[in-house]
Design a protein around this ligand. Structure first.
Ligand SMILES: Cc1ncc(COP(=O)(O)O)c(C=O)c1O
Length: 405
């Protein structure tokens, strides 16, 4: 069968394929430490499980309206007002298959072949591939050496006649950085001046630490919900650790939501009503459910920082949010894919090469696992890379001697 050139050019999702590798190794009985994951270990909040069960019990298993159930859109509108002080109604909301589905629909709605979308490194792996899938061109803006936050002037210089959108993801996957308020405001103004969409991927916006809040792009605009250039993307995957429920949404002007609904109607029709009920239950549930997850991630962040500090020559920036960090491993090798392979093969630790996020020489480490796994993972990384570390290490039931340094 002959595949399209476009389909053949789309890269595999490195994070999802690493999940498969970790799963396969664990099934073989190997003692794998998975620091490559993108989902917390919590259970679904009770309010979500109960709402989903009640819906199923009632036998209501039909299609829902394309843009989502009235109840969930209402809950998202309320959440948007409470979280950002941005007053929207259900007609400004479309519910999609995860934030991923929302983002894809938004890019499909905005981009003509050859149009450019500006992406800020380090970036989430899927942005460039999704932009290519809608026949657009990703334009990458890099941060200054040693940092994870772009300079406003570098972003301005990247915007041209073909630019249709800027994607901003703060708190940021993979670095855990939260962009400062002045930068967010500057980026919003830039998009408004140039007439381009500001796509705010807010999937981690509440997962911030040390009493911080995430600067909201809506604070920087004097537009209203129907004229704004800001499209915010969010969902329950990270907010409630409900990744497998595949519910996300976009909040946008009504005219844009209508177009997004047409796209969704011709592709997936709607998302599952059962899972929308669960999302509504989670959004309407007690704030304690969310706070328990946030504070456990902050505690894990602290464990990860303490453990990484014991690895000499590693440069680590303390994450302000998310459940990732992106240490600079260049003292141990410039090729992040080779480093990640070595750690997997020799130490059975899964990490994600920084190259995938536009940050070669770095590795993304997740701390959404248990504190015990974080400690063990960091100890194995040190043993595998640092010539000063003891030569032998117990990995699962085996004692392994380091003979590659
Ligand atoms: C920055 C970012 N955006 C979007 C997503 C996708 O979220 P969802 O599971 O809701 O599709 C992820 C998942 O890892 C992410 O890290």
């Amino acid at each position: 069968m002959s595949l399209s050139a476009l389909a053949s050019s789309i890269a595999e999702s490195p994070t999802l394929s690493l999940n498969e590798t970790a799963r396969a190794l664990r099934e073989k009985g190997e003692s794998v430490i998975h620091l490559g994951g993108g989902e917390p270990k919590n259970k679904a909040p009770r309010s979500a499980a109960q709402a989903c069960a009640a819906k199923l019990e009632g036998g209501d298993v039909k299609y829902t309206p394309t843009s989502g159930t009235a109840g969930l859109k209402q809950a998202v509108a309320r959440y948007t007002e409470q979280s950002y002080g941005w007053s929207v109604g259900p007609a400004n909301v479309i519910v999609c298959d995860g934030a991923k589905g929302a983002l894809f629909n938004v890019l499909f709605a905005l981009v003509d072949p050859g149009d450019e979308v500006v992406v800020l490194a380090p970036y989430w792996v899927s942005y460039p591939e999704m932009i290519k899938m809608v026949r657009g061109v990703p334009v990458i803006v890099r941060p200054p050496e040693g940092g994870f936050v772009p300079r406003l002037e570098d972003v301005a210089a990247a915007l041209g006649a073909k630019t249709k959108a800027l994607i901003v993801n703060s708190p940021n996957n993979p670095s855990g950085a939260v962009y400062p308020e002045e930068l967010v405001a500057g980026l919003v103004r830039l998009c408004e001046e140039r007439g381009i969409a500001y796509i705010s991927d807010d999937i981690y916006h509440k997962l911030v630490f040390d009493g911080r809040t995430t600067p909201s792009p809506y604070r920087a605009t004097d537009q209203d919900p129907e004229t704004t250039k800001i499209i915010s993307i969010n969902g329950i995957s990270k907010l409630f650790g409900m990744t497998g429920f595949r519910i996300g949404w976009a909040v946008a002007p009504k005219a844009m939501v209508k177009v997004l609904a047409r796209i969704q109607a011709q592709t997936v029709s709607c998302t599952s009503g059962l899972l929308q009920a669960a999302a509504e239950g989670a959004l309407n549930g007690p704030p304690a459910d969310f706070e328990a997850l946030r504070s456990s991630l902050q505690a894990n962040r602290d464990v990860m920082m303490r453990e990484l500090a014991a690895i000499p020559r590693l440069k680590v920036r303390r994450p302000e949010g998310t459940f990732y960090c992106l240490p600079d491993f260049r003292a141990y090798g410039a090729d992040s894919a080779a480093l990640a392979r070595l750690l997997l093969e020799k130490a059975l630790v899964v990490t994600v090469p920084g190259r995938e996020f536009g940050m070669e020489g770095h590795l993304r480490l997740s701390y959404c696992t248990s504190a015990e796994e974080i400690r063990e993972g960091a100890a194995r990384i040190r043993w595998a890379l640092d010539p000063e570390a003891p030569k032998q290490m117990r990995i699962g039931s085996k004692t392994v001697v380091r003979d590659w340094l």
